[in-house]
Design a protein around this ligand. Structure first.
Ligand code: UN1
Length: 517
């Protein structure tokens, strides 16, 4: 193991063992297939992880259910106190965990730490929430009757998370699920097992210290088989899935067919629209971050840019000069802005997307190739050039516009009227994030209203990516309609009981129905 890797791993509490157990359900076990964690920057194998065997998976599911039956009885504010301790434990390891995210996922270090910060923020939020998950009292039409709507703990929540946010997305789910009194079982991406082990160790330490069963926050690392078994299990009340539209469609079908609850956070194909009155000093760097940040691997990354004809040449010139300044580098180095793609396969997807653009007749303004002659050890990494393309026409049904490519490829189109740009924004299957740049209030009103953007995230003078945790996060249409993190998202993690209580000496029927002899 390189010193670069071993320093990060040991600081994040990952032991230098040859094979790490990948299952936690109160105890650490693992005897299934071996998964390798591969560093996207260098190609080096960081560790080998023993995935969940079918038997271990069953045990984890059983223990999750058992843990739920006791945990649900703990008063919510007490659960909040546990979250507060988790928050403190994460904060103490923020930069070490951030570096691990950077090492294993490939995003730059400030974004790695930012992701841990997102977990800390949602834990804070859920501490407060633990005293505010209020039900309500509804007026009854019958004398001496009251109707209560009561949120009760739901059961076992499985979280299937993706490689691109190997810490934060679990954090959003765990924080709400734990505050709500559920047991959570995490099936992380098989390519970021070390992030999930490090986080689970921290969470488990807090649970154990408080005498709470570890299976309240269980972990099952594994490949597709493990994911399928979790999704199919009747012991899982809700499946929260983040990933591709293709897999999400299957997950949705399976969970629906057994009448479970499902929360989907699938593809994004996010557009930024720039009006002629926009402040380009703000808009250009924001589009640059949205498209090139995280090497284009956020579900909120900016993939489409619609420019008003009047500012298009100036905007493109300024954006291209920012692109020209980008150099690939080790994401652990402070000065790096562009890390690698997460996998070799993603490099192929990037190249296919660029080929498709060329075939369509698109002009490749910058990028469109892999980096050659990178110095050791970066020559083993999955680096690709951030790309700006101007397709021949804006035909949003065409694959170059309508499909999500999880890589730094930005397509530009030029428009004359805002309505046209909004139609393009809405014309794709996905509906996660969107961003309008303008200082004209009338444009804002249109954009956020009934005839505006149909995405779940509708920003103004703020880029498509980098949402805070306070609002509900998620998208519409083929993004899956799920909402995580803030807002009313917590309401999905409980089962609602409508309780009509009769305090009177009579027993009238509703709607005045008479049923007596
Ligand atoms: C994701 O890419 O799956 O809004 C989540 C953002 C981040 C979360 C992205 N806070 O870009």
């Amino acid at each position: 193991l390189s010193t670069r890797a071993s320093t990060v791993l040991s600081a994040a509490g990952i032991p230098a063992d040859s094979e790490l157990p990948g299952v936690y359900h109160g105890e650490w076990v693992g005897s299934g297939d071996i998964l390798e964690s591969v560093c996207p920057t260098t190609g080096e194998v960081l560790a080998r992880v023993l995935s969940a065997s079918p038997h271990e998976l069953n045990t984890a599911l059983e223990r999750s259910r058992d843990a739920y039956t006791t945990f649900r009885l703990m008063p919510a504010p007490k659960r909040g106190e546990i979250l507060r301790q988790i928050r403190e434990a994460l904060a103490a390891k923020r930069d070490e965990l951030g570096a691990l995210v950077s090492l294993e996922m490939g995003k730059i270090k400030t974004e790695g730490s930012g992701e841990v910060q997102e977990f800390i923020d949602i834990a804070d939020y859920a501490v407060g929430l633990s005293r505010m998950m209020n039900g309500r009292m509804v007026a009854s039409e019958r004398p001496g009757h009251s109707i209560l709507e009561v949120p009760n703990p739901l059961g076992v929540v499985a979280v299937l998370s993706a490689f691109n946010f190997p810490v934060a997305v679990y954090g959003w789910n765990l924080a709400l699920s734990l505050a709500a009194g559920n047991a959570t079982l995490w099936k992380p991406s098989p390519s970021t097992p070390l992030c999930s082990i490090a986080v689970t160790k921290i969470v488990a330490g807090v649970l154990e210290k408080n005498g709470v069963p570890g299976a309240v926050a269980g972990l099952v690392i594994g490949d597709r088989n493990v994911g399928e078994a979790v999704v199919e299990s009747q012991d899982v009340d809700m499946v929260s899935f983040t990933g591709s539209e293709f897999v999400g469609r299957q997950v949705g079908r399976v969970v629906q067919s057994r009448f479970g609850k499902v929360l989907l956070e699938l593809g994004g194909n996010n557009a930024a629209i720039v009006m002629p009155d926009a402040d380009l000093d703000l808009a250009v760097p924001a589009v640059f971050f949205g498209a090139v940040g995280t090497a284009g691997q956020r579900c909120t990354s900016t993939r489409r840019l619609y420019l008003h004809r009047d500012i298009a040449p100036a905007f493109i010139e300024r954006l291209a000069s920012l692109y020209a300044s980008v150099r690939p580098g080790d994401p652990l180095d402070q000065s790096t802005l562009l890390g690698p793609l997460h996998t070799r396969a993603a490099v192929g997807i990037y190249s296919d997307a660029v080929d498709r653009l060329r075939k369509q007749g698109a002009q490749i303004l910058t990028g469109g190739a892999l980096y050659h002659e990178l110095k050791e050890p970066l020559d083993g990494g999955n680096f690709v050039m951030p790309t700006i393309a101007i397709p021949k026409v804006v035909e949003v049904k065409d694959a170059v516009w309508s499909q999500e490519t999880f890589a730094p490829v930005l397509c530009i189109g030029v428009f004359d009227e805002l309505d046209q740009a909004i139609a393009w924004n809405n014309g794709v299957p996905q509906g996660l994030s969107s961003s309008l740049w303008t200082r004209d209030l009338r444009n804002v009103g249109k954009w956020i209203g009934p005839a505006g953007s149909d995405a779940g995230i509708v920003n103004v003078n703020v880029g498509t990516s980098g949402a805070e945790i306070g609002a509900a996060f998620g998208g519409n249409k083929s993004t899956g309609w799920g909402r995580e993190s803030g807002g009313d998202a917590w309401k999905q993690y409980v089962r609602w009981s409508a309780c009509t209580v009769n305090f009177s000496d009579d027993a009238p029927l509703a709607q005045g129905v008479q049923f007596s002899t």
